[in-house]
Design a protein around this ligand. Structure first.
Ligand SMILES: NC(=O)c1ccc[n+]([C@@H]2O[C@H](COP(=O)([O-])OP(=O)(O)OC[C@H]3O[C@@H](n4cnc5c(N)ncnc54)[C@H](O)[C@@H]3O)[C@@H](O)[C@H]2O)c1
Length: 258
């Protein structure tokens, strides 16, 4: 049995959806499997087209639209929100803010432009997208925002994700809590997902030995599959989870237990 959305067909807006190995693509795919329409957003135009083709191959009757966008650009975010509202997609019911970039620079090497870009993509973009799409959710009478954080926000950092990433992903937790309080009166829930190490291509340049070491350090002795993180995003977007808001949902194989 699938998740109970209970609200008829809705659109899930998913950012960071262009990589076939990534969490965003798998979240879009899982939404489509559960009967949602999907709006896939990413900066990578070619990847996005491949992602849409792959999704339609898996779920041929899915309603899927793609939007090429740098999620840090406020004007572009507003334009995409207007385009989604004007499209033949059903009303937006969920926004999954998944686009993100790592920050491998150590503290003393970290330069301001890297700090600002990491903040913009990981923290400011979820704010911009939420401001653009939540009014549509309120109008449509149903809304879920799910923001991507990381275990790095909780324990400080790792090999590929040091101080600026930890700060941005911790900021996502504050953004989530603040939005959850302010949007509750409108029936909109807002949650954060904090994965541990996930088997995707985000760790550019990482070799097999490093990847195995990352897995070995996890109590469950493996990296998460992107499908596992996707399932949590989709569940938090569905009616079944409607009494949960403002919460950090850890999904890390036991890496951080609190
Ligand atoms: N893989 C992990 O171990 C892990 C762990 C915890 C959290 N996360 C987070 O999960 C999210 C997804 O990462 P992933 O592992 O699937 O990697 P990924 O690199 O496949 O996904 C990131 C996506 O974001 C897109 N993106 C980057 N900058 C963008 C921008 N300015 N505008 C629009 N799109 C942009 C990329 O093109 C890419 O498709 C990220 O926020 C990441 O920080 C990943």
């Amino acid at each position: 049995m699938g998740f109970n959305t209970g609200v008829g067909t809705r659109t899930a807006v998913v950012t960071g959806a262009s990589s076939l190995k990534g969490i965003g693509f798998h979240t879009g795919l899982r939404f489509a499997r559960e009967g949602w329409a999907v709006a896939l957003l990413d900066i990578n135009e070619r990847g996005l087209e491949q992602a849409k083709a792959a999704l339609l191959q898996e779920v041929p009757d899915a309603q899927a639209a793609t939007y090429v966008i740098d999620v840090t650009d406020p004007d572009a975010v507003n334009r995409v929100a207007e385009a989604v509202a004007a499209s033949d997609l059903p009303p937006v019911g969920a926004l999954c803010n998944i686009a993100g970039i790592p920050s491998p620079s150590s503290f003393f090497d970290l330069k301001l432009p890297e700090w600002e870009r990491v903040m913009a993509v990981n923290l400011t973009a979820p704010f911009l997208l939420s401001q653009a799409f939540v009014p549509q959710m309120i109008k449509g009478g149903y809304g879920r925002v799910v923001n991507m954080s990381s275990v790095t926000a909780q324990h400080g950092g790792g090999v590929f994700s040091k101080t600026s990433y930890a700060a941005a992903k911790a900021g996502v937790l504050g953004l989530t809590r603040g939005m959850a309080r302010e949007l509750a009166e409108h029936g909109i829930t807002v949650n954060a997902v904090a994965p541990g190490v996930v088997d995707t291509d985000i760790r550019v340049g990482s070799d097999e030995e490093t990847e195995q070491a990352l897995a070995a350090a996890v109590p469950l002795r493996r990296q998460a599959r992107p499908e596992e993180i996707a399932a949590l995003f989709v569940w938090l977007s569905c009616e079944d989870s409607g009494y949960i808001t403002g919460i950090t949902h850890s999904i890390n194989g036991g890496t951080y237990i609190a």
